[in-house]
Design a protein. Structure first.
Length: 322
């Protein structure tokens, strides 16, 4: 069940919301009631399982590729790594699949999916892009924070929640082609429309471990404040309120709410899916989109705290079965 008054609409795939034309312009915050979810000791126990060392290993292995630029001829090796990582999390083979899409020219690349996107109970989609870029992407783009940290957090959230009996399916999607303009996530959103996936929320994880640039620098909880669609604003706001509540209960993060922008949630928002994101403000870092985005410049304490937030938020919204 979904706690409090939070209700993500099944109309996302069944009704006119998913596929209407755009309604441009920034809109005011939706006037919706919010009842904080009850403090659940089971969620506290799950949050305590977050392993910094597992995430450090994931970031180390991903950033060890000389580049994860989607156009690199060796990029399929990165796709293979992601598939193996999902399998090591206990996801059985028939729940992991490649989702091919066309890049400019003749290249075909793949998103990697783990979970059942058509689960009739409803789907919470966790997304993180696994490609990278830099000032010399064809040669050196380690992408430790952008976005090996997001992939590591997604894998850790999946590992912890995969053992739980949830009321909704948690679908994890690793996107390629983000740095070329959300090509992979756009392809995925198109498939979601065509196949009528019952997505109730998309949580995007993009850059989670940049060291704070100043004392008290926040981690951002992003939600839809009026982008392409209006019908998903209220549910996005409710999810962000829940995430903010979870941050206060289960982390020592300073959080700030902000608008979604510039990452893989945008194609889903444009198709009517309620979306939120977690983001560290790292695009102001000197290492952003640079070959110096290496593991030594990742704050793993911060990454651990954001991943604790992810576990608590997804468990709350997906619903721990009674």
């Amino acid at each position: 069940m979904i706690h409090g008054t939070f209700a993500l609409g099944a109309a996302v795939v069944a009704g006119p919301v998913f596929g209407d034309g755009p309604a441009p312009g920034k809109r005011p915050l939706p006037e919706v009631a919010f009842a904080p979810p009850a403090d659940d000791p089971r969620i506290r126990a799950l949050v305590s399982e977050v392993s910094t060392e597992r995430m450090r290993a994931s970031v180390a292995q991903l950033s060890a590729f000389s580049t994860r630029w989607t156009l690199d001829p060796d990029f399929p090796a990165v796709e293979d790594w992601v598939m193996r990582a999902f399998a090591m999390n206990g996801s059985v083979a028939d729940r992991i699949r490649l989702q091919p899409f066309a890049m400019p020219g003749t290249l075909t690349r793949n998103n990697i999916l783990s979970g059942n996107p058509s689960d009739p109970r409803g789907v919470i989609l966790i997304g993180a892009h696994f490609d990278s870029t830099s000032e010399q992407p064809h040669r050196l783009a380690p992408g430790a924070n952008d976005n090996a940290t997001g992939v590591a957090a997604m894998l850790e959230i999946q590992r912890i929640l995969s053992t739980q009996n949830l009321d909704r399916e948690v679908l994890c999607v690793a996107f390629a082609g983000e740095e070329q303009g959300f090509i992979g996530s756009t392809a995925c959103a198109d498939v979601a429309v065509a196949e009528r996936w019952p997505i109730e929320l998309m949580l995007n994880l993009d850059m989670l471990g940049a060291p704070a640039l100043s004392a008290g620098a926040p981690v951002y909880i992003e939600y839809d404040q009026g982008n392409s669609r209006s019908g998903n604003d209220a549910s996005s706001y409710q999810a962000a309120r829940i995430a903010t509540e979870m941050a206060g209960r289960h982390t020592d993060l300073i959080t700030q709410q902000s608008n979604i922008y510039g990452s893989d949630y945008m194609p889903f928002e444009a198709r009517g899916v309620p979306c939120i994101g977690f983001y560290d403000g790292g695009d102001a870092s000197p290492h952003y989109h640079h070959s110096s985005d290496i593991i030594e410049n990742v704050d793993f304490g911060r990454l651990e705290q954001v991943t604790r937030l992810g576990v608590a938020t997804v468990a709350t919204i997906a619903g721990l079965a009674d």
